[in-house]
Write a protein that binds this ligand. Sequence first.
Ligand code: GCB
Length: 597
Amino acid sequence: MLYPRDSESRQVKVLDGMWNFLLDTSPSRDQSFANQWWKRPLAEWGSLIPMAVPSSYNDITSEKSVRDFVGWAWYETTFYVPAAWKELVVSLRFGSAHYNTVVWVNGEQVMTHEGGHLPFEASINSAVNWEGAANRLTVAINNTLTPTTLPPGSIKWMTGPKYPAGYFQQNLQMDFFNYAGIHRHVHLYTRPTTYVDDINIVTDFQGTQGTVNYEVMLAGTNASGVGVKVSVLDAGGKVVSSGAGTSGQLIIPDVNLWWPYTETTGTPAYMYTLEVTAGDDVYRQPFGVRTVKVAPGQLMINNKPFYCHGVAKHEDADIRGKGLDYPLIARDFNMLKWLGANCFRTSHYPYAEEIMDQADQQGIVIIDESPGVGIRPNNMGEANVAHHKAVMEELVRRDKNRPSTVIWSVANEPSSDAPGAEDYFREVINHTRSVDPAKRPVTFVSSRDYNTDRAVQYVDVICVNRYFGWYSDTGHSELVELQLGWDLEMWRKTFPTKPIIITEYGAGTIPGLHMEPAVAFTEDYQVELMAEYHKTFDKYRGQFLTGEMVWNFADFMTDQSAKRVVGNKKGVLTRQRQPKEAAHLLRDRYYSIINAT
Ligand code: GCB
């Protein structure tokens, strides 16, 4: 699923803007399907709400019924196509829409997609009006999470005298708000009738020479009949290597390797472009030359041990929820660099391609996580495995050429101590490895123990989340050094060669709340607790501990619960991306690590 890029052979229109929006609030939850809402303009079915695309719809209005809606949400817009596009393949592509989506053009169904965080597209030539008339685009999105969706959830029907008839709630198995809607760009774009469908790029280097193994997949009317030419362009656009054929190896003399921005070696985040010409089509795929390997107790980037000092994030902000927002992306990368963070995990789902592009271009290392968050024993059946494998294929296909992506994470905090976890994770992890042309390390993030987890045996890098002094022994920061130290030693003993990353630790903190001595939820306690973790990190850093990531980069919204005060407040930044006191502690720490290497 190549990103829609403008070129001399391709045109790209962005359909973002204000769309029509209507919720199906019928008691059966699917009256809109019975009435076939896609056949006529949405305005005929109810009072429209103007809705921003991209955005989550939940926080746009002042209505609780919109914020907490569960079911089919309908979107509609119109577009025109130039007559000259008739000779081309015209496709409609959604960067993501959460969760189940059905798309119609002029009342004709053109695609469906299951899953909230990855792109999907279809050619729409047979459905569009070519004669200067407007095209009506209708999209239905259902945010219901069930035991077989990823992330899984369930609908709980509430019966008895305390609830009105037909009352239900969406139960989540994750700690973030189930924002829904068209979250990323909607692109309308063209390709020639024979076109570049996919590209694999796997890089290596020997001394000063870079090698680029490439593969070009063609599709369309004459896919086996057109010739393929490839060139590597350096960051200045100069051709540094070229070749021909659908696969081969290109050599880059005096290669500039891609390094994380905190590395003192070489040029940070150096990006090349693979320019592919196939018949009439031209596609330019950015890539970086770097290697990733796991050595005993180490994660190696370009054969040099890499220590990840970073954060776990969310796609989350006021008003837009999980909607793509360029000012927010720019701010987040500025604050990552202000903190001195050199990596983040896309907890707990794949992030927008525009975010991943910044990680590539700015030299931030990524643990690329799937939406497999909160998998319980009843989510480990055959249908779940099959769907999870399909999602991993979609994720790998999207991000396989990114130098920033160094590890795939298939899940966060599943019931990995359950008997079913062994087969489930062996299969999903092995499958992920097998579909990645670059064979990156694969992991999942565990919250279980060294002696109860049944799936960690299959990962390349052990990732664990730990909340000593918070969810256990709340308020007792004095225990952290001992407990974390013991825990790390036990993991090490059980898996002597696997590197370990602490992928979460942290404390809920209301900005501005202070107490001395510190107590939970004050800024003082967040600082005190984190400092205790840092003592143990420093003891093992560079041995087998290859990374630390605070939970979380910023405060974020969750479902309402007695444990959450307007969302999860474990951010070192507020939801508006301003520092709490702990952000300064982290910044001092990360810069002292950078300056020491
Ligand atoms: C975790 C989860 C994360 C939660 C966090 C917390 O272990 O992975 O999604 O938000 O703990 O704050 O409880």
